[in-house]
Design a protein around this ligand. Structure first.
Ligand code: X2X
Length: 342
C-alpha cells in the first residue's frame, strides 16, 4: 500500500503540538523521504527497454512531484514470477505491475488475451490503431470492471518468434509434438495445441532453466527478450514465425491509486504513458537490429510462410472457437484491424 501519512501532515502535526522545532524528525522524513511509494514489478531483465523507460518515467515522476511519489522499479522477477506478482498486485502488496494481457491476466479476464490471436495482426500500424483505439478502450473497460486500474498506453513486447534447441521450424509439420514453453494462458496453449505442438505453461522467471535442463526444447519470444534474457545460450534456432504480438499493460492496485492525490495521479499517468510511447520505438528498432547480433552469437535464423500455419489453425477451428469465447463485440473490434480471420 502507498504510505498514507504525508511529510507535510506530519510536520503540521508537530507544529501544532509545539514541539517541532526542538524535536528531531524521524530519519525517514528528515532525509526527505517520499509521501507515497509505489513498487513496480516487471518480468524481464534490467536492460530490456521496458525497464530502461520505466526507470526514466520514475525519475521524471520524482522530479515533477518534488519527491512526493517515489516509484521503485523491481525488474527481472525480483518480487516473484508473474503469477506471484499478479497476486501481490491484487492484494495490494505490490502497487504497480507490467503484465501481458495474454499472460496471467487472461486467467482473470479471458478477453484480455484477444490481441494475441495467432497470426492476427499483420503489422504495427494495424496493431496500434486497434490498441490505442476502440479495442484498447474496450479492454481497459474489462480490466476496470475486474477491480484494477490500468494506464492507457500499452508497452511493446513485440511480434513473437519461436526458438528451439533441436531444429528450425519451417512448416507446421516441424511443430508436431514439439515440447514448447508458453506463458500461463488458455489462448497460448490452444494456439500451440492447434498447431500440433506440445505446450507447457511456465512463468518467464523459470524459462532459462527449463530450456537449460531440457524440461522443454523450445520457447517463443521477440528478439529483445531472447537477447536480454540470454536465451541464445540455451537455444540454437530462431524461426521468424511472427505468430502473434504481445505487450504489457501497466496495472495499478486500485486502493494504492486512490490513496494518492489527483495531481500526483496525473503526473504518474502522463509520464508512464509517454514512456510507453518512447519504449515502443526502441523495442520495434531492437527487434530488427538485434537479429544480426543474435546471429553473431550463434542463433540460426529462418523465415516461414505464415499462410501455411494460418491454414492449419483454420482447419482446427481455432479462430471459430476463440471468436465464441471472446464474444462478438470484441471480435468485431479485432477484425476491424486484422481483417477477417474466420
Ligand atoms: O512470459 C513471456 O514470455 C513474456 C516475458 O514475453 C511475457 O510477459 C508474455
Amino acid at each position: 500500500m502507498a504510505r498514507q501519512i504525508s511529510r507535510r501532515r506530519f510536520t503540521r502535526l508537530m507544529l501544532v503540538s509545539g514541539t517541532a522545532i526542538s524535536c528531531a524528525l524521524p530519519a525517514r522524513w528528515a532525509a526527505g523521504a517520499a509521501d507515497f511509494t509505489f513498487k513496480w514489478g516487471t518480468n524481464v531483465p534490467e536492460t530490456h527497454p521496458l525497464n530502461v523507460h520505466a526507470r526514466k518515467a520514475a525519475e521524471a515522476i520524482k522530479q515533477e512531484t518534488n519527491g512526493r511519489l517515489d516509484v521503485q522499479l523491481f525488474p527481472n522477477n525480483q518480487l516473484g514470477g508473474d503469477s506471484d506478482m499478479f497476486s501481490q498486485l491484487r492484494s495490494g502488496a505490490l502497487e504497480c505491475f507490467s503484465l501481458s494481457g495474454v499472460n496471467v491476466l487472461s486467467t482473470l479476464i479471458p478477453s484480455a488475451s484477444i490481441w494475441g490471436i495467432g497470426f492476427g495482426f499483420p503489422n504495427y500500424q494495424a496493431l496500434w490503431s486497434a490498441l490505442d483505439g476502440k479495442l484498447g478502450a474496450h479492454l481497459r473497460g474489462q480490466i476496470n470492471k475486474a477491480g484494477l486500474v490500468v494506464m492507457d498506453k500499452i508497452w511493446d513486447n513485440g511480434f513473437r518468434q519461436i526458438t528451439t534447441s533441436t531444429k528450425p521450424i519451417v512448416t507446421p509439420a516441424d511443430l508436431q509434438g514439439l515440447k514448447i514453453r508458453v506463458p500461463i494462458s488458455a489462448l497460448w496453449t490452444s494456439l500451440f495445441k492447434s498447431l500440433g505442438a506440445s505446450p507447457t505453461s511456465i512463468n518467464f522467471a523459470e524459462v532459462y532453466s527449463a530450456l537449460q535442463t531440457k524440461v522443454v526444447d523450445a520457447q517463443e519470444n521477440p528478439p529483445a527478450i531472447i537477447s536480454s534474457a540470454k536465451l541464445y545460450e540455451v537455444q540454437k534456432y530462431c524461426s521468424l514465425t511472427n505468430h502473434m504480438w504481445d505487450g504489457w499493460w501497466l496495472l495499478v492496485n486500485r486502493r494504492a491509486w486512490q490513496s494518492v492525490p489527483k495531481d500526483i495521479q496525473d503526473i504518474f499517468a502522463k509520464n508512464v504513458n509517454a514512456a510507453a510511447l518512447a519504449q515502443r520505438e526502441d523495442v520495434a528498432k531492437q527487434n530488427e537490429t538485434l537479429k544480426a547480433d543474435l546471429a553473431a552469437k550463434g542463433l540460426i535464423f529462418n523465415d516461414v510462410n505464415p499462410e501455411s500455419f494460418r491454414e492449419v489453425l483454420r482447419k482446427a477451428n481455432f479462430y471459430g472457437e476463440w471468436k465464441g469465447k471472446f464474444g462478438d463485440e470484441a471480435w468485431q473490434l479485432l477484425e476491424e484491424s486484422t481483417g477477417k480471420l474466420v
